[in-house]
Design a protein around this ligand. Structure first.
Ligand code: NAD
Length: 445
């Protein structure tokens, strides 16, 4: 790559930022990753990824070895170093409302704006409510000694945890939200290796770029809740949502992705993004346009309650003193992320009804323990299910799919299982003497 490549900083090195920093270095850029959390920075600088993401540790080592990647907590250093600054800080749900908490984004943009003394591009990657980029543009241009010379762009990120490296290097599309040709050119230079692979680029205004991300997540959440609403209909009628989903998915116009019935969505993105979207639409006076997202959210939460109902039913109607093996804590497999995790929520509800809950997740036990220390955490699948009265599968890790029903059966007290993710072979479990229940499926189907 040419020596006059833009130098890149990545502000916020969590799931999104750490992956982005590593991938930018692998693409040949000099990259500085910055975070306010010094323990995270120390780990990354020493070659350790502070969270579980398959493939990222190897890529981090490669990037550090190349000499093109380093990490710091020093924003002054970032301001002096970078030509293009990617802001990847968190935008969690506010504590007291459905809105996104934008204080980290504001602090990162303002902090850079105060310090940058030569022309540079600030690029937001975090997921934000529509209008944030316009507000930040006037904020940074007011603060900055450069005034309007300091430009802002929005480049939403679509990576999935569990596939973060591949999604960053080979995305389905790139969205460049810009307000000048110069800003578009800077983004085109940075993403040139990815564009050269044939990746489609959508060049848009700032508001559309922000909206692409929240609209995409809202669509995915709606598709999941749609099939889970059908599961509720199945529960009331004796129909089987598993067969229904298969039949629907064979229609090309519908497709099978995100049409899997079960315990529903969670994590650090979908739930807070649909709530923030509704909140923002209400602020804009167009709440009705996306009011259906409230129902999407409610359907999703009801699945958690229904899962607890199934465990209680299998336990004979009362959970107090019942030993439940809870398989999974992460919001999805191949991640250790427990933010708004349906699995952990179900485990918590079971515990609050008096069950003795033994949680096992192949990667997320430590994070789960931090947010909910009162549960018991097992070191292995077999330790979790030993002497269980009911087993409930909450996160569809491959290890759980691969488990042998007879081997598990030899460990439990009663062969009773709730498959919260439609991940197991119901016939096989029933054949091996298990009472098998799944959301949206008749007890004996
Ligand atoms: P995260 O919590 O893992 O990481 C955020 C990081 O920002 C933390 O390490 C935090 O210490 C740091 N930070 C906060 N304030 C800072 C500041 N002023 N300066 C420097 N660092 C600061 O969050 P995440 O999952 O990486 O998500 C980040 C953003 O990306 C969110 O808006 C999220 O919605 C979006 N996003 C996430 C994913 C995903 O799969 N995790 C995918 C697409 C988009």
């Amino acid at each position: 790559m040419s020596t006059n490549n833009p130098r890149i900083t990545v502000i916020g090195t969590g799931y999104l930022g750490a992956t982005h920093a590593v991938c930018m270095a692998l693409l040949g850029f000099d990259v500085l990753g910055v975070d306010v959390d010094s323990s995270k920075i120390d780990l990354l600088q020493s070659g350790r990824v502070p969270f579980f993401e398959p493939g990222l540790p190897e890529k981090l080592a490669e990037a550090l070895d190349s000499g093109r990647l380093r990490f710091s907590t020093d924003l002054d250093e970032a301001a002096a170093f970078g030509d293009v600054h990617f802001i990847c800080v968190g935008t969690p749900q506010a504590r007291d409302s459905a809105a996104a908490d934008l204080r980290y984004v504001d602090a990162a943009f303002a902090g850079l704006a105060e310090r940058i003394t030569r022309k540079a591009l600030l690029v937001g990657k975090s997921t934000v409510p529509i209008g944030t980029a316009a507000r930040l543009t006037s904020l940074v241009q007011t603060i900055s000694p450069l005034g309007p010379e300091l430009e802002l762009a929005w480049n939403p990120e679509f990576l999935r945890e569990g596939f973060a490296v591949a999604d960053t290097l080979h995305p389905d599309r790139l969205v460049f939200g810009v307000s000048s040709e110069w800003a578009r050119e800077q983004l085109a230079r940075v993403f040139q290796p990815i564009v050269d692979e044939g990746t489609p680029v959508i060049v848009a205004d700032l508001a559309t770029a922000e909206l692409v991300k929240v609209a995409a997540n809202s669509f995915l959440a709606t598709k999941i809740s749609y099939i889970n609403a059908m599961a509720e209909v199945c529960e009331a009628t004796g129909a089987d949502v598993s067969l229904l989903a298969t039949a629907l998915s064979l229609d090309d116009r519908i497709g099978g992705r995100f049409l899997k019935p079960g315990l529903g969505f969670g994590g650090g993105c979908l739930p807070k993004d649909i709530r923030a979207f509704r909140h923002r639409a209400e602020e804009l006076g167009i709440g009705q346009a996306v009011s259906f997202l409230g129902e999407v959210d409610s359907i999703n939460i009801r699945r958690r309650v229904r899962t607890v109902d199934l465990v209680r039913e299998l336990a004979g109607g009362d959970l107090s003193g019942v030993r439940v093996a809870a398989l999974g804590a992460a919001f999805k497999p191949n991640s250790d992320d427990v933010r708004d995790a349906p699995a952990l929520d179900v485990a918590r509800m079971l515990y609050l009804e008096g069950a003795s809950v033994s949680v096992y997740d192949p990667q997320a036990n430590a994070n789960a323990h931090r947010v909910f220390p009162d549960l018991n955490y097992a070191d292995s699948l077999s330790e979790s299910v030993r002497d269980a009265d009911v087993v409930v599968l909450l996160t569809e890790w491959q290890e759980f799919r691969d488990a042998d029903p007879d081997e598990l059966g030899a460990l439990v007290r009663y062969r009773r299982i709730v498959d919260g993710r439609h991940a197991l072979d119901a016939d096989d479990y029933r054949l091996k003497g298990w009472e098998y229940r799944a959301l949206g499926r008749p007890a004996q189907s």
